[in-house]
Design a protein around this ligand. Structure first.
Ligand code: NAD
Length: 637
C-alpha cells in the first residue's frame, strides 16, 4: 500500500507512514496493514524489534483519517466508524502489549490516532520539532486510541489539563508526562535507526539519547494541579472562571472552544481509570463506549463539520452553556453489552472445497471458531453453519483463504483451474489434500502468476484428528502465506511445521508415510513371526513398545487386536486409515523418488506389498494395519 511502507531490514521490522501530504493521517487500511505486520513479526525469530517512523518533517501522524467516518455517519451509517475504532483500538492494544521492543520516532505533530500508533511502544523518541497532543475534545470526541490510559498516568492533574485544553507538548513535556521516553536531536535519528537495524538491540538507544530538555508543564504543574483537581468538569470550569493568572486564562480560552460533553466525559473517564489496576485494555474499552455512541448521540459529527468540512470553526455543541448533566455522562459511558470492545478479530472469509471424511469436520471446526465458511463438494455435502456454493469458483469468490481437501492431484489441478481466477489478489489457496509434489508445485506457480498465495499443507492425524482439531500440518510455500493461514492451522490442528518452499509440505508427508507404510509392514511381519515362535502378543507388545523396535505403528496404532491402546485392530480393521490410501501415498513416494533419482528399496517393497494386498487380495476397504491378519495366513513358500 502506498500510504504505509512495511518491510524488514536487518534485525528490524520496519513500518513507515508514507502520507506526508496528509500529515501521515492514519486511514483504516493503514491501521490494518500495521496490525498484520506486527502480528507477522511477533513470532518471527529474524525480527528482534519494530521501528515505526514517518516520512516528511511536519508530522509523525497528525491523527485518524476521519473524512470517511463523517461521510458515512452523515448518511446514518454508524457501522463504518465503529468498525474503524474497534479495529484501531485492537491495534493500539497490540502495540502496547507487544512482546518485542517497539521504537517510534515522533517528529512534528503526533496527535490523536498518531498517539495511538507512536506513543504505546516501549521506546518512544522525540526531537526538537515534536508536538504531541490529544485534541479530540475539539471535534466532539474524547481522547481515545488509549489516550485516556496515558493521560490518567500523567503526573498530578496534567492528564486533565492536556485532555481538556488539547495543549501541545514539546519534547520536554512529552517525556515528563509519559508520552515519550527519550530525547535525541533529529539529525541523529538515522544513526540510531541504523544501529537498531544492525544490532536488533533497543538497549543501545539509552546510549545514543541526550539529556531531555526542560518541561514547561512541569514548571506550571502546581498551578495546573490546583485548577484541575475538581470532582467534575463543572467544578473545574467554575474554578477557571473565577481564577486569574496566565495559566487559568489560557486554559479557559482553550476550553471554551471545545465540546462540553466531550470534556465532561474526559474528566469522568480519567477519574474512573486512575487506579492501580489500570490496563490499556480497560482504558480502550471505556473509550469505545463513547466512540460507539458518539456519532449518534455525541458532538462528533458537528465537531468534524465545523473543523474540517465547513471549516467555520463555530460548532453548535450540546450543553453549550457548559452545564453537562450527570445523566448525559452516564448514558455515554454505560456498558455496551454485546457491542462491547472485546479485542477479537473478525473471522476470515473461507471457501472450503471437498467436504469428505476429512474436509467436513475441518470445515465444521472453522465454523465453530467464528469464521465465515462457504463450502462446495461435488457430492452435494453441506456443513452446519456454513453456506453452500453451487460451484467451486463461487465458494472462492471474495474469500481470504480457499481450502481444498480433495482425493488426488488430478482433481486438485482441475479445481485450481476453476478457483484461482475467481480468487481476490493476495488471498491464499491452502491445499490440505495429499497429492504429488509436482501437482503442488504447478498449482503454486499458477497461483503466483495470478497474484494469489499458495500453500501445500497435507495433514497427519486422520479423521479423529480432523474432528478433534488435532491434526499436524506439513506446510510448503511462502512465509507470508504461512502467516495468513496460521490462525486456521491453530483451529484445525495442534501443530503446523513450515517445511520451506512450495511442494515441501507434500514432500514431508510422503516421506513420513513411506516410513509409516514400511514400519507397519515390519511390525505386522514381526507379530506373525512371534506367533510362530510361540511368543504371546502381550509379551511382544510389552517388549517392543519399550525397546529399540518401537514405533508409532507398534505403540500408538498396534495392529494386534486386544493389545496396546485401542486401534482399528480392535474394531475388525475398519479404517482408520484405509489400505488403499496408504497405497496411494506409497505410490506418490515412489513417483517422487523416481523423479528425484532416490534409491528407496524399502519404500518400493512396501508399495508392491500394499498393491498386492489392495488390488489382488482382500485389503480394499480395510485398515492399513490389516496386514497382520494377511501375514497370519501366509507361510514362507
Ligand atoms: P474423501 O473421499 O472422504 O473426501 C474427498 C471429497 O472431495 C469427497 O467428498 C468428494 O465428493 C469431494 N470431491 C471430489 N472431487 C471434487 C471436486 N472436483 N470438487 C469438489 N469436491 C470434490 O477423502 P478424505 O478421507 O476426506 O481425504 C481427503 C484427502 O486427505 C486425501 O488427499 C487424503 O489422502 C488425505 N488424507 C486423508 C486421511 C484420512 O485418514 N482419511 C488422512 C490424511 C490425509
Amino acid at each position: 500500500m502506498s500510504d504505509i511502507d512495511i518491510r524488514t531490514e536487518g534485525r528490524a521490522g520496519r513500518i513507515t507512514l508514507t502520507r506526508p501530504k496528509a500529515l501521515n493521517a492514519l486511514s483504516y487500511d493503514m491501521c490494518i496493514a500495521l496490525e498484520k505486520a506486527i502480528d507477522r513479526w511477533r513470532n518471527d525469530p529474524d525480527v528482534a524489534l519494530v521501528i515505526i517512523d514517518a516520512e516528511g518533517p511536519k508530522a509523525f501522524c497528525a491523527g485518524g483519517d476521519i473524512a470517511e467516518m463523517y461521510r458515512t455517519g452523515m448518511d446514518g451509517n454508524f457501522d463504518f466508524g465503529r468498525k474503524f475504532w474497534r479495529d484501531e483500538y485492537r491495534m493500539n492494544a497490540k502495540l502496547a502489549e507487544y512482546p518485542k521492543p517497539v521504537v517510534s520516532f515522533l517528529q512534528g505533530f503526533t496527535m490523536g490516532g498518531g498517539v495511538g500508533v507512536g506513543c504505546h511502544g516501549s521506546h518512544r523518541i522525540v526531537g526538537d520539532s515534536s508536538q504531541i497532543a490529544m485534541p479530540e475534545c475539539g471535534i466532539g470526541l474524547i481522547p481515545d486510541v488509549g489516550g485516556t490510559y496515558l493521560l490518567s498516568r500523567a503526573p498530578g492533574r496534567l492528564g486533565e489539563y492536556i485532555g481538556l485544553t488539547a495543549s501541545r507538548m514539546g519534547p520536554g513535556d512529552a517525556v515528563y508526562t509519559g508520552f515519550a521516553d527519550f530525547y535525541a536531536p533529529e539529525d541523529s535519528w538515522d544513526t540510531i535507526k541504523a544501529t537498531l537495524i544492525e544490532t536488533g538491540d533497543a538497549a543501545t538507544i539509552r546510549n545514543m539519547a541526550q539529556a531531555t530538555p526542560e518541561s514547561p508543564l512541569a514548571a506550571t504543574q502546581p498551578q495546573i494541579d490546583a485548577l484541575f483537581s475538581g470532582e467534575s468538569f463543572g467544578d473545574i470550569r467554575n474554578l477557571l472562571d473565577n481564577s486569574t493568572g496566565e495559566v487559568a486564562e489560557k486554559a479557559l480560552k482553550a476550553i471554551n472552544r471545545n465540546s462540553p460533553l466531550s470534556m465532561a466525559l474526559t474528566i469522568e473517564m480519567l477519574h474512573r481509570l486512575r487506579a492501580p489496576s489500570l490496563t490499556i485494555r480497560k482504558a480502550l474499552e471505556l473509550e469505545y463506549r463513547v466512540s460507539h455512541r458518539v456519532m449518534e448521540h455525541g458532538d462528533f459529527l458537528e465537531g468534524i463539520r465545523a473543523a474540517i468540512i465547513d471549516k467555520d470553526k463555530s460548532p453548535k455543541w450540546q450543553f453549550a452553556d457548559g452545564d453537562v448533566p450527570a445523566i448525559a455522562i452516564s448514558k455515554m459511558l454505560m456498558p455496551l453489552g454485546r457491542d462491547s470492545l472485546d479485542f477479537r478479530e473478525d473471522g476470515m472469509k473461507i471457501g472450503f472445497i471437498g467436504l469428505g471424511n476429512m474436509g467436513g469436520p475441518m470445515a465444521a471446526n472453522l465454523v465453530k471458531a467464528g469464521h465465515t465458511v462457504t463450502g462446495y463438494d461435488v457430492a452435494g455435502v453441506t456443513i452446519d453453519g456454513a453456506s453452500s456454493a453451487s460451484t467451486a469458483a463461487e465458494a472462492a469468490t471474495g474469500a481470504d483463504v480457499v481450502i481444498t481437501m480433495l482425493p488426488n492431484g488430478g482433481i486438485l489441478r482441475s479445481v485450481a483451474d476453476d478457483v484461482i481466477p475467481a480468487m481476490k489478489p493476495g488471498a491464499v489457496l491452502l491445499d490440505c489434500s495429499t497429492v504429488d509434489v509436482e501437482s503442488a508445485r504447478d498449482v503454486a506457480a499458477q497461483a503466483a502468476k495470478a497474484g494469489v498465495g499458495a500453500l501445500d499443507a497435507p495433514v497427519s492425524g486422520g479423521v479423529g484428528g480432523a474432528s478433534g482439531g488435532t491434526l499436524t500440518f506439513m506446510v510448503g510455500g511462502s512465509q507470508a502465506a504461512f502467516e495468513t493461514a496460521k490462525p486456521l492451522f491453530d483451529i484445525m490442528g495442534q501443530k503446523a511445521v513450515h517445511c520451506g518452499e512450495a511442494g515441501n509440505g507434500q514432500a514431508a508427508k510422503i516421506c513420513n508415510n513411506m516410513i509409516l507404510g514400511v514400519t507397519m509392514i515390519a511390525t505386522c511381519e514381526a507379530f506373525a513371526l512371534a506367533d510362530k515362535l510361540g511368543l504371546s502378543r502381550e509379551a511382544m507388545f510389552d517388549v517392543v513398545s519399550t525397546s529399540s523396535g518401537y514405533s508409532w505403528s507398534m505403540n500408538a496404532y498396534c495392529p494386534a487386536p486386544g493389545v496396546g491402546p485401542k486401534s482399528p485392530a480392535d474394531n475388525g480393521y475398519l479404517p482408520g486409515f484405509a489400505a488403499e490410501l496408504m497405497l496411494k501415498d506409497l505410490r506418490l513416494s515412489q513417483q517422487a523418488a523416481e523423479a528425484a533419482d532416490a534409491d528407496t528399496p524399502m519404500g518400493e517393497a512396501a508399495t508392491a506389498l500394499y498393491s498386492q494386498f489392495v488390488e489382488n487380495e482382500d485389503g480394499l476397504g480395510r485398515d492399513f494395519s490389516a496386514m497382520l491378519p494377511r501375514f497370519e495366513t501366509k507361510s514362507r513358500g
